[in-house]
Design a protein around this ligand. Structure first.
Ligand code: CMC
Length: 426
């Protein structure tokens, strides 16, 4: 009789006992690390829907109940009460900072926001039309070549200073990518501004006139960055851990996270949602017909569905509320918001979406907020990257303290069996 913390697997004439492990929120996993050595079997789980790749103390999601917590704190509490830099500290160091800790951390990050002047030449060689995600990822990987203290060394100091450099310099790299795309001069960071204000200033100020950050826009950006800050073992975070597990440095690892995030099924969905809503508006497609196309599976309803959330995405409700608030404050009337709300209503009452448990996700309304903030569409996923940065860093650091074991899945080979070599004639 197997005990409570054991599972029994029977295969042919073999019977083996596998340990069952439990997390602090009751999630239960069969530990199969001995499976192959004891039975010759491996597991097959395309898309990793049933695979726990690691234990982690950072973020908890209950997809059935629509719960998201960073280090035990509910996402609504954090996004309503904290600054992004406070949440960053929480994710990376495990506790909310005291006033002194926050002040010291903020000062250190602020003092590292400038990027090497040679980066200007780097931006020069790209075409104006380059997607800023490409520039950001390549620029991020390139950072490792400016700081030789990280190359092969994971000592505490090197990791800490690299953490600060990533947090401080990514908004600068991102804003430079935008300035490059519109042919405006790069704007240097300014130390008297906070994290969000500084980013907005680097994006929108020009030498020819004064620019003042609109407080409501800053507030919305702060909220959006917090909502994006971590999401446990999602595609880009798993990529960061995967690459980091080879011993690659933090800049290289995070560069690959940025690239994974770019995809339209992941962070690129915010751009895809806005493009979808715009094409519905321009082509005057009826929403009924659009939803019918989705149901015939000719297209996807972007910004809908999630691998983990099968009830609702708690980030979506917060963004929807913030979106209404910002548009009202800025006196913006965006017909795309009306289209989005109607689409949501139709989908949530249709059996196709109900049966598949498809709900709006974090990306469904975020594009409309970004648009109201004057952020161009191709910068949406870049802002997601700035938001996700503390998560990637925290996860990379956690992986390192867990003892690096290279991530190397196996496969079931389905190709030709051994064949004789024959040159192809003709
Ligand atoms: N529109 C239409 N049908 C959908 C959608 C959608 N957005 N999402 C899932 N489905 C269908 C899918 O076709 C499948 O149908 P069937 O069972 O008949 O084959 C069923 O629902 C189950 O979907 P799945 O593809 O097995 O689900 P998944 O967990 O593999 O994929 C997802 C999750 C997010 C990739 C997917 O829902 C999707 O492509 N959504 C649109 C893109 C999007 O909004 N991505 C952002 C995700 S949240 C932010 C982030 O991760 O960065």
């Amino acid at each position: 009789m197997p005990r409570k913390n054991e599972a029994t697997l029977t295969y042919q004439d073999k019977k083996i006992i596998l340990p069952v492990e439990q997390g602090t929120e009751g999630e239960t996993a069969v530990n199969i690390s001995q499976l192959r050595s004891k039975t010759g079997l491996i597991t097959l789980d395309p898309g990793y829907g049933n695979t726990g790749s690691t234990k982690s103390d950072i973020t908890f999601i209950d997809g059935e109940k629509g719960i998201l917590r960073y280090r035990g704190y509910d996402i609504a509490d954090l996004s309503n009460n904290c600054s992004f830099i406070e949440v960053t500290y929480l994710l990376i160091f495990g506790e909310l900072p005291s006033a002194e800790e926050l002040a010291a951390f903020t000062t250190t990050v602020t003092r590292h926001t400038m990027i090497n002047e040679d980066y200007k030449k780097y931006y020069d060689v790209w075409p104006r039309t380059a997607h800023p995600m490409a520039l950001l990822a390549a620029g991020m990987a390139g950072m490792s070549s400016f700081y030789d203290d990280i190359a092969s060394d994971f000592k505490e100091h090197a990791v800490d200073i690299s953490t600060i450099r990533c947090l401080a310099k990514v908004p600068t790299l991102a804003a430079y990518a935008y300035k490059k795309s519109i042919g405006q001069p790069f704007v240097y960071p300014r130390n008297e501004l906070n994290y969000c204000q500084n980013f907005l200033n680097m994006m929108f100020s020009v030498p020819a006139e004064e620019y003042e950050v609109i407080p409501e826009v800053e507030e919305a950006l702060n909220k959006l960055l917090i909502l994006h800050a971590d999401h446990e073992q999602n595609c880009s975070t798993s990529t960061v851990r995967m690459v980091g597990s080879s011993g690659a440095n933090i800049y290289a690892s995070i560069a690959t996270g940025i690239l994974a995030l770019w995809g339209p099924l992941h962070g690129g969905a915010n751009q895809a949602v806005l493009e979808m809503l715009t094409s519905i508006q321009k082509e005057k497609i009826s929403l009924k017909e659009f939803v019918n196309r989705v149901k015939r599976q000719e297209i996807k309803l972007m910004g809908f569905g999630h691998r983990v959330y099968r009830n609702h995405d708690p980030r979506c409700a917060i963004i929807k509320k913030a979106c209404d608030k910002l548009l009202l404050k800025l006196k913006v009337k965006d017909p795309l918001l009306d289209i989005a709300k109607e689409l949501e209503h139709i989908a949530l009452n249709d059996s196709y979406f109900i049966d598949r448990k498809l709900y709006p996700n974090v990306d469904f309304y975020s594009g409309i907020i970004y648009k109201a903030m004057n952020i161009p569409t191709n910068m949406f996923t870049v802002i997601f990257s700035i938001g996700r940065l503390p998560g990637w860093i925290a996860q990379w650091r956690e992986m390192r303290t867990q003892g690096i074991k290279i991530n190397r899945p196996r496969q079931i080979y389905t190709g030709s069996t051994k064949r004789e070599f024959k040159r192809v004639k003709g």
